[in-house]
Design a protein around this ligand. Structure first.
Ligand SMILES: [Zn+2]
Ligand SMILES: [Zn+2]
Length: 351
C-alpha cells in the first residue's frame, strides 16, 4: 500500500510503498477514509533533532483519522468489519487512572503505552496510508448515523482539541460572557462553532487572513478582528472595558500570548493551544488578577464521543479541502504558506 512517511527528522515526508498491516491479538486494521493534515506535522518534519521527542522515524504521518473496520485480530469483540469508525488518537497504557477515565492524552504510565506521549502518526504508523493498524479496539468509536469518515477524520484532533479547551472553561462562559479565538485555522474555526454550539458566549475571532475571518463569520463568530495592533482595545471596547472571559490562543507566539493576556478579563482563562513556542511573562500587575493560564494537549475519548454527536446533529462541521495521498505534500506546503482555509484532509481512496 501507499503511505506518507516521515523517514528521518528535519525532512519532508515521502510517499512510499509498504506492506499492508495485519492485526495481532486485540488489534484492528482500519481502511482509511480520511486523514487530516495537522500543522503539528509540519513541526514534526522540520523542527526536531533526534532525541528531542521520544519517537524514532520512520513512521507514517496522520494522527486524525477515520475510516472503516477492515480486519480484526483474535479476541476483538468490538466493531465489525465494514463499520465506519473514528480513531481516538492518543494511545495510552489503558490501565492507569487517567486512561481508565478515557483521558489517554494524559496517560501517567507512558512506559506501558504503545509509544510515549503519542499514537498513530505520532511515533507509530498513522493514517496517511490506505490502511492503519490500531493497537486496541477501545480506540475506535463508531460513527453516528449521518457522519462519514472524511467529515469525521478532522474531528478527532481539529475539533477534539478545541472541544477539550472550551469544555474546561464552560463555567466561565455564561450568557453575557465573551470568548476570543486567536487563529482561525483548522482548529480555530471549529473552536468558534463549538463555543456557539455549547455555550451562550459571544465569540470574537482574530486572524491575519481575510479568508480566515470570512470562515470565522460563517462559523458563527459575532465579531471578527484583523490581527495586529488594536486587537486588545477592540476586545475591551466590545466588552464594555471588561475584557474576554476566555481567550483561546491557537497560535501561541510571544505576540498572541501578550495580546491574549492583555485582552482577558480578571478571573478569566487564557488557554494556549497553538505550539508556536511563545512565552508569556507573569508578574504582579503584568496580567489581570486571577487570570488562569493553561496549555492543553488533545482531548479525552468521552469528549470525542460528544464531538461526534455534535457533528452528526449538524452543529459542528469542518471546512475541508481534500487531497489524494499522491498530493499529500502539496497539502502540507499549502498549510505552511497559510493558503489552506479550514482543514486539509487526505483521502487515500480518492487517489
Ligand atoms: Zn494535530
Ligand atoms: Zn495510562
Amino acid at each position: 500500500m501507499k503511505a506518507l512517511r516521515l523517514r528521518k527528522w528535519r525532512s519532508d515526508a515521502e510517499l512510499v510503498e509498504l506492506e499492508e498491516p495485519q492485526p495481532g491479538p486485540g488489534q484492528v486494521v482500519v481502511r482509511i477514509g480520511g486523514a487530516g493534515a495537522c500543522h503539528s506535522d509540519l513541526h514534526l518534519m522540520h523542527d526536531f533533532d533526534a532525541g528531542v521527542l521520544p519517537w524514532v522515524p520512520p513512521f507514517t504521518l496522520g494522527h486524525e483519522n477515520a475510516g472503516w473496520v477492515h480486519a480484526v485480530g483474535p479476541g476483538v469483540t468490538g466493531p465489525a468489519a465494514g463499520e465506519p469508525v473514528a480513531v481516538y488518537g492518543a494511545w495510552g497504557c489503558g490501565t492507569c487512572v487517567r486512561c481508565r477515565a478515557g483521558i489517554e492524552n494524559y496517560c501517567e504510565n507512558p512506559a506501558d503505552s504503545p509509544v510515549t506521549g503519542g499514537g498513530g502518526g505520532l511515533g507509530l504508523d498513522g493514517g496517511m496510508a490506505e490502511f492503519m493498524l490500531v493497537p486496541d479496539a477501545r480506540h475506535l468509536l463508531p460513527l453516528p448515523e449521518g457522519l462519514d469518515p472524511v467529515a469525521a477524520a478532522p474531528l478527532t484532533d481539529a475539533a477534539l482539541t478545541p472541544y477539550h479547551a472550551v469544555r474546561r472553561s464552560w463555567p466561565k462562559l455564561p450568557p453575557g460572557s465573551t470568548a476570543v479565538v486567536i487563529g482561525v485555522g483548522g482548529l480555530g474555526h471549529l473552536a468558534v462553532q463549538i463555543i456557539k454550539a455549547t455555550t451562550a458566549a459571544r465569540v470574537v475571532a482574530v486572524d491575519t487572513r481575510a479568508e480566515a475571518l470570512e470562515l470565522a463569520e460563517q462559523s458563527g463568530a459575532d465579531l471578527v478582528l484583523r490581527a495586529g495592533d488594536g486587537v486588545t482595545e477592540a476586545v475591551r471596547a466590545a466588552t464594555s472595558g471588561r475584557g474576554a472571559d476566555v481567550v483561546l490562543d491557537f497560535v501561541g507566539s510571544d505576540a498572541t500570548l501578550a495580546q491574549g493576556a492583555a485582552a482577558a478579563r480578571r478571573m478569566g482563562d487564557l488557554t494556549v493551544v497553538g505550539v508556536a513556542g511563545g512565552k508569556l511573562s507573569v508578574a504582579f500587575f503584568a496580567v489581570p488578577y486571577e487570570l488562569s493560564v493553561q496549555t492543553v494537549y488533545w482531548g479525552t475519548r468521552p469528549e470525542l464521543v460528544e464531538v461526534l454527536d455534535l457533528a452528526a446533529r449538524g452543529l459542528l462541521r469542518a471546512a475541508t479541502t481534500k487531497f489524494s495521498l499522491d498530493h499529500a505534500m502539496d497539502a502540507y506546503r499549502r498549510l505552511q504558506d497559510g493558503s489552506i482555509i479550514g482543514r486539509a484532509v487526505i483521502v487515500p481512496t480518492g487517489s
